[in-house]
Design a protein around this ligand. Structure first.
Ligand code: AQP
Length: 337
């Protein structure tokens, strides 16, 4: 069985891109309920709250958002009977210790070149060491679960590449210790763009009320946002990210939520104008999110159950991650107690 790990930061209300790029595929890849593969819990998903602390945030908001993101994952179909779901800080000591070990082989230059660091640090008065070291913590998250595959959106490509590099460097220096992971991306929807600024990635922490579709938005709100999406001045429905970023983004969203190819999306709308394209995309998104929105409401009404699932997940995660941590420390020559 392929071992999978992926995470999501509780930095805001989950947006459509998080679903198209990552969460949808996490759910689709789960083994059948009751199968031997399900019992293995080889698919590991994490609400990465320690990563959320690397930018400005409010403590009370972080607590609530962490539980909300967990409930969204459960509602989406991240079934704790078929995979492992936990909160990063619940296993925080192990992840932090592994980060330290990896810090000792990571290079200052390669971290400084990470584009997400450059983007988030750009224009900030205070840039934390945590933001700088974020990719190493992410490498620890991945490597601690002997991960083969990391299903992510396109913006995480460079971070998974760094995790690979660090694993290979460690194995070369200290002997075979880590499984070397690889990132996987969806055929469509790997980088959903902001509806109002289609040259910029849709992000949950962005203050772009009309540009970001939140997965808990009311259907009428979703429809309004998509119908107000920025396009261009001709009326030609085709996929060309450079020349037609707005229209291409709508086609990507349609393909992402319907599971069709970009070509099929173009064929579906090429004879219609932008109005029909927007209506078709809005309908598809609302339909995609409807069952999930109902389940999410039910789950949020029982926070005790969410916490129970997360505690059980953390127990199993700690057991697994600790075994890998001990192996890693031994390989580095640390004297184990
Ligand atoms: N716009 C996107 N299109 C496709 N995939 C996306 N992902 C994020 N945005 C898009 C993927 O969602 C997963 C979880 O993301 P994350 O929470 O770990 O952090 P992120 O990549 O930084 O996502 P956001 O929404 O942009 O968060 P903030 O605003 O906090 O920076 C990842 O697999 C990511 O690739």
């Amino acid at each position: 069985m392929t071992r999978v790990f992926s995470g999501i930061k509780p930095t805001g209300s989950v947006q459509l891109g998080n679903f198209c790029g990552a969460i949808g595929r996490w759910v689709d890849g789960l083994p059948d309920a009751g199968s031997p593969a399900a019992d293995q819990r080889d698919q590991v998903f994490c609400v990465v709250d320690l990563h959320a602390m690397t930018v400005d945030y409010e403590p009370e908001t972080l607590t609530a958002t962490t539980r909300q993101v967990a409930s969204i994952l459960l509602a989406a179909g991240i079934d704790p009977a078929r995979c492992l779901l936990f909160v990063q800080s619940h296993v925080g000591g192990i992840h932090a210790e592994c980060t330290w070990l990896l810090n000792c082989v990571a290079g200052f230059g390669e971290l400084r070149r990470q584009t997400q660091f450059k983007d988030k640090a750009d224009g900030s008065e205070h840039v934390s060491v945590g933001l700088f070291d974020y990719p190493v913590l992410m490498a620890a998250d991945i490597l601690l679960y002997d991960t083969d595959e990391v299903p992510v959106g396109d913006d995480q490509r460079q971070h998974v590449e760094l995790a690979r590099d660090l694993a290979e460097r460690w194995n070369h220096r200290f002997g075979n210790t880590f499984v070397v992971p690889r990132a996987t991306f969806p055929p469509a929807g790997a980088r959903i763009m902001d509806l109002q600024t289609p040259t910029k990635k849709m992000s949950k922490s962005d203050d772009s009320p009309q540009g970001v579709v939140r997965v808990l938005d009311d259907p009428a709100v979703i429809t309004k946002k998509i119908k107000s999406a920025v396009t261009d001045s001709d009326n030609d429905v085709r996929h060309d990210r450079e020349a037609k970023p707005g229209v291409s983004n709508l086609l990507e969203i349609y393909a992402g939520v319907t599971g069709s190819s970009i070509d099929a999306a173009v064929t579906a709308f090429s004879a219609s104008g932008y109005g029909n394209l927007k209506s078709g995309v809005a309908e598809a998104v609302v339909e995609y999110l409807a069952p999930f929105q109902q389940r999410s409401g039910e789950l949020m009404a029982d926070p005790g159950e969410i916490d129970r699932i997360l505690r059980a997940g953390a127990e199993l995660a700690a057991e697994r991650a600790n075994a890998v941590l001990q192996r890693t420390k031994r390989s580095a020559g640390l004297l184990l107690p």
